[in-house]
Design a protein around this ligand. Structure first.
Ligand code: ADP
Ligand code: MG
Length: 257
């Protein structure tokens, strides 16, 4: 049965989408059956997996509104070796359309249970907010992975997310836990980043993944070719780091099982 993980952080531009796409592709490389769910109306994870968001006939929007099943709406990322439940701008409307509906925060969870046997791991790219879309992600998941940059206000920003996760755990999804914090866009030459990294380890201990994703231009270039970084330039430092991270995730999943 699939283990489901949200890649979440309410801040934008912190590396959520890059992490989701490269984790899915790296998991595929190490032999895992992976599904990527794009919960961001920007559709960047969809495009970065080589799937044209404008050409989607069915998307995660249709799944949330129970107009289609995951099996009907998923597509194959040929380049990445994993399946994608894609998103586009249509998803922005789901937020409003869901508000009046029953089980509005459990829609994705219900839909996913039908395909749980098809995958080892499901990774969900969350939008940069603590919205109903993110809530659907958190209610579906066993765990949350938080990508973060080691900057001055990084710890402060975590408080809101940690509180939200606690509330979801207490009220909506008792399975939910923080799997770990992933340091991304890391530059070891910057002393402040080293200090914040040490602080993180002090606060969160082994919840901080050993893998560290460096700032690496190849990771930033890959989406414009419609490819995950780990496929676009497999020997680049960023790609190697995401592969190490995927192996660490597989180990943590074994411990959860
Ligand atoms: P989010 O999904 O949290 O908004 P993104 O994954 O889209 O964040 O990343 C924001 C920007 O930073 C993008 O332009 C992306 O290409 C770039 N980026 C992300 N991770 C790295 C990295 N490790 N090295 C260099 N650029 C990165
Ligand atoms: Mg994003």
């Amino acid at each position: 049965m699939a283990h489901v993980f949200c890649i979440a952080n309410q801040k934008g531009g912190v590396g959520k989408t890059t992490t989701t796409v490269n984790l899915a592709a790296a998991l595929a490389k190490v032999g895992q059956r992976a599904l990527l769910i794009d919960l961001d109306p920007q559709g960047n994870a969809t495009m970065g997996s080589g799937i044209d968001k404008r050409a989607l006939t069915l998307s995660v929007y249709d799944v949330l509104l129970e107009l289609a099943s995951v099996a009907e709406a998923r597509r194959r990322s040929e380049v990445g070796g994993y399946d994608v439940l894609g998103a586009n701008r249509e998803l922005a409307g789901a937020e409003i359309e869901l508000v009046g509906l029953e089980r509005r925060d459990q829609r994705l969870r219900g839909a996913l249970s039908a395909v749980a046997a098809d995958y080892d791991i499901v990774v969900i790219d969350c939008p940069p907010s603590l919205s109903l879309l993110t809530l659907n992600g958190l209610c579906s998941a066993h765990g949350v992975v938080v990508p973060m940059q080691c900057e001055y206000f990084a710890l402060e920003g975590l408080t809101d997310l940690v509180n939200t996760i606690r509330q979801v755990h207490a009220n909506l999804n008792p399975e939910l836990q923080i799997i770990g914090l992933l340091r991304v866009m890391f530059d070891p030459r910057i002393t402040l980043q080293q200090q914040v990294s040490e602080q993180l380890k002090g606060h969160f201990g082994d919840k901080v993944f050993d893998a560290v994703i460096p700032r690496n231009v190849r990771l930033a270039e890959a989406p414009s070719y419609g490819q995950p970084g780990v496929v676009f330039d497999p020997s680049a430092k960023g790609a190697l780091a995401y592969l190490e991270f995927a192996r660490e995730m597989v180990e943590r999943v074994k411990q959860m099982a």
